[in-house]
Write a protein that binds this ligand. Structure first.
Ligand SMILES: Cc1cc2nc3c(=O)[nH]c(=O)nc-3n(C[C@H](O)[C@H](O)[C@H](O)COP(=O)(O)O)c2cc1C
Length: 88
């Protein structure tokens, strides 16, 4: 399950956490990706582990959101490299 979100106050915004509360992803593979403005993943990976202690959390992708629009094709390359690194 690819789980994408913007970082708000260092973690997943409440609507995303509502989704996480309502969908038990324990036992699944969860791959996070996030935009932010400097915090990176912040505490959101810890939050993922708290919701899903028995999920396999793979390496995620994070990027400063405002830099995505500056270099869309560069970002596309980074995303492709990330996915290839995961074996997709
Ligand atoms: C309420 C709110 C809280 C935010 N908190 C953080 C934060 O703690 N760290 C950070 O790096 N960016 C923070 N941001 C910036 C967002 O991560 C950024 O606006 C977002 O990645 C852009 O994605 P979007 O266009 O999908 O909203 C915050 C933005 C909002 C609106």
């Amino acid at each position: 399950v690819f789980l994408g979100y913007p970082i708000w106050w260092g973690e997943q915004p409440m609507p995303v956490q509502t989704f996480m509360r309502d969908h038990n992803l324990n036992g699944k593979t969860v791959i996070p990706f996030a935009t932010h403005e400097g915090s990176g993943f912040g505490n959101s990976l810890s939050v993922l582990n708290e919701y899903y202690p028995r999920a396999t959390i793979r390496d995620g992708f994070q990027k400063r959101g405002t830099t995505v629009e500056d270099d869309l094709s560069g970002t596309q390359n980074e995303v492709n490299q990330w996915l290839q690194g995961l074996g997709y």
